[in-house]
Every structure is written in structure tokens, then in C-alpha cells.
Design a protein around this ligand. Structure first.
Ligand SMILES: NC(=O)c1ccc[n+]([C@@H]2O[C@H](COP(=O)([O-])OP(=O)(O)OC[C@H]3O[C@@H](n4cnc5c(N)ncnc54)[C@H](OP(=O)(O)O)[C@@H]3O)[C@@H](O)[C@H]2O)c1
Length: 305
């Protein structure tokens, strides 16, 4: 007799409570067997099969990965507070390097492909455009640790893909503010917002990035990809576009310079990514700012998920 039972691919998602982690859970939920890992005692997304486990605990992570025995391990867990990393270097390194190494080695021990998320902050922001072949040159501790995390993945010898992204925005259950949702909060209350006009990048809708990562899984790609929103603009221009789409008063947005902020960590000022490789090899199209913010508006008004 033919066995018609379909065995779903198993995907373990580390950082399942974060912005990207939640989008990954939602994006993979239909066709994959999912297991979530995070630090919180219970998952932000109810009904998720989940264990609270710190990725810096090597033995626990290995045990967990081996008991679920996934085909893919996706890592959306990170110490993401860029200025916090300057003050708390030890924990930044523990999570963004050692934690990544633990996950990659655990993935390798079960023959799973490891998909890791990194950042444009591995660059210094002085080149005209960055491709996957560009040489990293981080200028913050966060950037240095994320680059060391990428190298830990490579050294682990796990089959792997690394995705560098930037300026993630979107909605989620019990997540902290991101640049777009922080702006919505401020502007909806009529509060003035000084925004830097000398930092340029590609704002990236987290839902789009999760879909692109699903493509990497489906096509079983093991490579380095730059994946971000299709539009390249300044933070100031992004804020003005957001005000326009959400019908907020754009005169609340004033221009400042990065140097005025006196932030602990240096920021790369211009990180223009080439999306050519991701488009060609994954066949993806990433939303521009107008499309992405329109989706965000619908999600925030509860019309879409
Ligand atoms: N946000 C951006 O603009 C941006 C830009 C470029 C690249 N990235 C990269 O994209 C990825 C996803 O970012 P995100 O914005 O979605 O992050 P996020 O919302 O800050 O979520 C990060 C998650 O990591 C988990 N985590 C932190 N330390 C952990 C530990 N020791 N053990 C287990 N889990 C831990 C947290 O879990 P709990 O909630 O359970 O504590 C949190 O939910 C990260 O690799 C980040 O570096 C982000």
C-alpha cells in the first residue's frame, strides 16, 4: 500500500519572539513543522511549540536541536541594541558570536542547514554600493560581533546561508518599537520628531524578509545574500513618506545630523545594497517604501496580518 503521509520539513526558529522571528513563524507555519526557541518563558505567539532556551547555553541548545531534529535551523535571535552593545560588550559577544556558534554547531550535529541573519552594520558605509563580494569593515562593537558571528557560522562547517539585512520594520506581538512603529507612535500623538537626514539605507518590511528566507529554504540555497527593501533613501525621507501614507502632519519631522545624536555606537552612514544576486538566485521582489508602509498601516489597523 502507498503511504500517503506527507512528512513536513522541520524548521527550528531561534528568536521566535522577536520581530523577524514572529514573521518567520507565520511564513513557515502552513507547510512546515515549526519549533520556536526564545528567552521568554512563554512564546509571544500562542500555539507555537516552544521552549525557553538561552542560545548562549551550549549544551541546552544542542540537546534541544537534537531532540527536535530539524532539517533547517533559522536564527533570528540576536542582541540587537546597537548602543547597548558598546556598554555591554561581553553579553553582545556571548549572544551574537558564541550563541550563533552554538546554534550552527548544533545544526551541523543533526545535518540541518543553518540560516543566519546578519546586518549592513558589518560595513563602514563609505562605499557607493555593497555587494556580497564587498569587504566588511565594521565601525561599531555590534557590527564587529555580527561579523564574527558570520565567521563562526562559516567555521562551524554546517551547511549554511547568511542573510544581511537592514532597518527592519513591522508589527508583532509584544515586540519593542522599530523605526517605523516608533515614528507612528510619536506622530500619531502630534509629537515633534527630529530625524537624521545623513543616514541612508533600505528600510525592509520584516514580512518580506521572512518570505525571502522561505525561498532560501525551498531552494536549499547555501550562500551569502544581501536582502532588503528595494528603495534606498534617508531616514528623514522615510519618515516624511510614512507621514504621508499614515496622514500625519509631516511638519512635525525636522532634520538633524547623526553627529547631533551623540550615540555611543558609530553608524555606517550610507549602506546601499545591491539586490541583484537575491533577485536572480531567489526570484524575489522586495517591497519599496510606499508598498511596505501601506501594508504596515493595514496591519496596525487590524485589517491584515
Ligand atoms: N532590527 C533591525 O533593524 C535589524 C537590522 C539589521 C539586521 N538585523 C538582524 O535581524 C535579526 C532579527 O532582528 P529583530 O529586529 O527581529 O530582533 P528583535 O526583535 O530584537 O528580536 C531578537 C530576539 O532575540 C532573542 N534573543 C536575544 N538574546 C537571546 C538569547 N541569549 N537566547 C535566546 N534568544 C535570544 C530575543 O528573545 P526574547 O524576546 O524571548 O527575549 C528576541 O525576541 C537579528 O539577527 C538582527 O541582528 C536587524
Amino acid at each position: 500500500m502507498i503511504n500517503l503521509k506527507i512528512h513536513k520539513n522541520k524548521v527550528l526558529i531561534a528568536g521566535a519572539n522577536g520581530l523577524l522571528g514572529q514573521k518567520l513563524v507565520n511564513t513557515f507555519a502552513d507547510d512546515f513543522e515549526i519549533y520556536g526557541v526564545g528567552r521568554k518563558t512563554s512564546p509571544s505567539l500562542a500555539h507555537l511549540d516552544y521552549t525557553s532556551c538561552d542560545i548562549t547555553h551550549r549544551r541546552d541548545i544542542r540537546k534541544l536541536v537534537q531532540s527536535f531534529n530539524p532539517n533547517f535551523v533559522l536564527n533570528a535571535a540576536a542582541y540587537t541594541n546597537v548602543d547597548g552593545c558598546e556598554d555591554d560588550k561581553e553579553n553582545c559577544w556571548k549572544v551574537n558570536v558564541k550563541g550563533v556558534e552554538n546554534l550552527a554547531q548544533a545544526a551541523r550535529s543533526v545535518g540541518a542547514t543553518f540560516i543566519h541573519v546578519s546586518t549592513d552594520y558589518v560595513f563602514d558605509g563609505t562605499e557607493e554600493e555593497y555587494t556580497e563580494a564587498s569587504t566588511p569593515k565594521p565601525i561599531s562593537y555590534y557590527g564587529r560581533a555580527k561579523l564574527a558571528g558570520e565567521n563562526a557560522v562559516i567555521i562551524s562547517e554546517a551547511a549554511h546561508a547568511i542573510v544581511r539585512t537592514m532597518i527592519l520594520y513591522g508589527t508583532g506581538a509584544n515586540i519593542g518599537p522599530n523605526f517605523a512603529t516608533w515614528l507612528v507612535n510619536k506622530l500619531s500623538k502630534g509629537e515633534p520628531v527630529p530625524i537624521v537626514d545623513d543616514q541612508f539605507g533600505h528600510p525592509t518590511l520584516a514580512d518580506d524578509l521572512a518570505k525571502a528566507i522561505r525561498k532560501i529554504v525551498e531552494l536549499n540555497k547555501t550562500d551569502l545574500f544581501h536582502i532588503c527593501g528595494s528603495d534606498y533613501l534617508s531616514r528623514h525621507d522615510f519618515a516624511v513618506k510614512l507621514a504621508d501614507i499614515f496622514d500625519f502632519d509631516a511638519s512635525l519631522i525636522t532634520r538633524i545630523k547623526t553627529a547631533d545624536l551623540n550615540q555611543k555606537a558609530n553608524r555606517p552612514l550610507k549602506t546601499k545594497f545591491s539586490l541583484e544576486k537575491a533577485r536572480k538566485e531567489l526570484g524575489i521582489e522586495m517591497s519599496g517604501v510606499e508598498e511596505g508602509l501601506t501594508i504596515l498601516k493595514k496591519q496596525l489597523s487590524g485589517l491584515d496580518h
